[in-house]
Ligand binder design. Structure first.
Ligand code: GTP
Ligand code: SPV
Ligand code: MN
Length: 607
């Protein structure tokens, strides 16, 4: 196949990679439906993909990964900046030259027996000034079809690269060359010790080896749109954040735009597509995972775009009750990874809202499975992996915002931070100031979820801005960048809030109904922005005055409400001690303003 571009830089790079990885052939992708259908058919024929029931799940496919390759691997993710101190204490670092030598040995001949696909893609609307043109080279057809949904794959990107002579190179291999005549496995990948998800921030270069799953392999997402983009945003004075973006419109038609940072598997997709229970108020989705934000010279506010084109959402827990809009988004033209395939070739996962039809099917490990089945130790065998995901087109979401592709973005009024805390942290509190909000984001904490399984036995993780696994540079500099943005924004800075949907009672039940009911909390935030409601000052921030966050029609006892709204000073003192130990790792890169906020919080807790 002759190359469909005249850009020498691109041609040289493709040739250089092909020489190193020795694929059997090179295919230049165009993002067309014909290409999607052809690759899916190829994978159905090889046994990698399962075509789902055309009546129940039109044009949709299921995949099961290798049980060793089910999530991002943070322990194998590297920020290979030239200087170690630029990666900081929250990132893994290897000298870039050394890492390249190691990876070149792995890449040598790694595509033997495979096809190398050249994927031209844009993060952000093609051709928009904020978008990034990029090329992913991969030997995984699964990556190609997912990129079709998650990014904008098109030959138009090649035309832009020809004009600008600029693109972000992303190299990916599953790391499993095939010997002469060797039969491929269903999900080829390399063992953990050979996996590398590497970023060279100064060169704006991404090299990934050994994993075929999610953020390890769909390189436009975490690698480009967060790790590389955050480093670039730092240098250029904008922001790349792990945030959903939504529009919340009141009955009079006034629009508020909210960007919220929660760690992986902590409810961004849910909140982004929330079905409001506040009469007359509605939510529209702009993005569910990533926000790129720049200061708009006309409004002086931060304007946000979603650089992605699809959702790579957590499947388990997605039901008609919890997230009907996510279900609708993957009703057709979707890809499912590591869920149950039912007897009639539909999909199912835990907490989907109904029992598995016919009592079972094929589980994510590709075994015959019945619901309720137990292993030798008497533990229930899950049909779907806890980090199983659907890949769905954003334009299939019934509540996608009509302006979601506006390259100018939407003006952000409200920042929300949060995480999963079953104790200590109340339902909602507001920052005293933007700087206090920057501190709240910097010291956000969460109990680890299945989206990163290699964290070991950690009960609480500080996760600044939900960006710990995604910062392309030193976390202390990251915090300082937030303060700097605040200074530039002045009184146009978004109002900052902290939420926790995940408080539990001692006997393990949720204190807050969550999901659609979270709209009540959003409404309170908008009322705060409008100055319609007051707030009471507490040690941790500003909290609702009883009765002003409406609970009408909710079955929630006075005791539960009090517990949800309590400021657990002892719990916070414990968190504060852990926080100080965590922040000590930042050394002299810890912004002075963070230390001031720590002292102020301590003084308020001791008052
Ligand atoms: P990534 O895609 O990994 O970045 O994560 P995400 O933040 O988009 O995750 P998602 O929205 O898919 O979170 C899914 C998990 O959060 C599921 O287990 C949901 O049941 C749970 N969840 C979301 N919202 C709520 C809520 O309001 N209350 C409770 N209790 N659980 C919630
Ligand atoms: C996350 O883990 O935050 C995700 C999923 O959004 S992945 O793309 O696999 O990183
Ligand atoms: Mn995410």
């Amino acid at each position: 196949m002759s190359a469909p571009t005249t850009n020498q830089k691109l041609l040289d790079w493709v040739a250089e990679v092909a020489e190193m990885t020795t694929p059997d052939q090179i295919v230049w992708c165009d993002g067309s439906k014909e290409e999607y259908d052809r690759l899916m058919q190829l994978m159905v024929d090889s046994g990698m993909a399962i075509k789902l029931n055309e009546e129940k799940r039109p044009n949709s496919f299921a995949f099961n990964s290798d049980p060793s390759d089910v999530a991002r691997v943070e322990s194998r993710t590297y920020i290979a900046s030239v200087k170690e101190e630029d990666a900081g204490p929250t990132n893994n670092w290897i000298d870039p030259n050394e890492l390249k030598e190691t990876m070149k040995k792995l890449y040598k001949g790694c595509m033997k027996g495979r096809t190398m696909y050249v994927i031209p893609f844009s993060m952000g609307p093609i051709g928009s000034p904020i978008a990034k043109n990029s090329i992913e080279l991969t030997d995984s057809p699964y990556v190609v079809v997912n990129m079709h949904i998650m990014a904008r794959v098109s030959t138009e990107v090649l035309r832009l690269i020809e004009k600008t002579d600029e693109f972000i190179p992303c190299l990916h291999s599953v790391g499993k060359p095939l010997a002469e005549g060797e039969k491929d496995s269903r999900w080829p990948c390399a063992p953990l010790e050979d996996k590398y998800i590497a970023h060279f921030p100064e060169e704006r270069l991404i090299w990934s080896y050994g994993s075929g799953y999610g953020g390890n392999a769909l390189l436009g997402k975490k690698c480009l749109a967060l790790r590389i983009a955050s480093a670039q945003a730092h240098d250029e004075g904008w922001m790349a954040e792990h945030m959903l973006i939504l529009r919340f419109t009141n009955p009079e038609g006034k629009k508020y735009h909210v960007a919220a940072a929660f760690p992986s598997a902590c409810g961004k997709t849910n909140l982004a597509m929330l079905q409001s229970t506040v009469p007359g108020w509605k939510v529209e989705t702009i993005g569910d995972d990533i926000a790129w934000m720049k200061i708009n010279p006309e409004t002086g506010k931060l304007h946000a775009i979603n650089p992605e084109a699809g959702f790579f959402g957590v499947a388990p827990g997605t039901s008609e009750a919890s997230n009907p809009m996510a279900l609708a988004s993957c009703a057709s033209d979707a890809i499912f990874t590591n869920v149950v395939v039912t007897a009639d070739k539909d999909v199912w996962w835990e907490d989907m809202g109904y029992d598995c039809p016919n009592g079972g099917g094929t589980d994510w490990k590709n075994n015959a499975w019945t619901q309720g089945m137990k292993d030798a130790d008497g533990k229930k065998i899950l049909g779907a992996h806890p980090n199983s995901r659907f890949t769905a087109r954003a334009d299939h979401c019934p509540v996608i915002c009509p302006d979601w592709e506006d390259p100018a973005g939407v003006p952000i009024d409200i920042f929300v931070f949060g995480g999963k805390r079953t104790s200590t942290v109340p339902l909602v509190h507001e920052a005293f100031s933007f700087d206090h909000g920057v501190f709240m984001g910097a010291t956000a904490s969460s109990e680890p979820t299945a989206a990163a399984l290699d964290l070991g036995n950690v009960s609480l993780r500080f996760d600044p801005y939900a960006m710990t696994p995604f910062m392309g540079y030193h976390a202390g500099d990251y915090m300082q960048h937030w303060f700097n943005m605040g200074e530039k924004l002045g009184d146009k800075a978004p109002r900052c809030f902290y939420v926790n949907w995940f408080r539990k009672t001692d006997d393990g039940k949720w204190l807050w109904p969550g999901f659609g009911e979270n709209s009540r909390v959003l409404k309170w935030m908008c009322d705060r922005v409008e100055g319609k409601v007051g707030a009471r000052e507490t040690a941790i921030g500003l909290m609702p005055i009883d009765g002003e966050l409406t609970l009408d029609g909710l079955d929630i006892s006075a005791e539960d409400w009090a517990a949800l709204m309590a400021v657990d000073k002892d719990g916070y003192k414990k968190t504060l001690a852990d926080m100080k130990a965590y922040l000590a790792k930042f050394g002299d890169k810890l912004p002075a303003k963070i230390s001031e906020q720590v002292d102020a919080l301590e003084a308020r807790l001791n008052a």
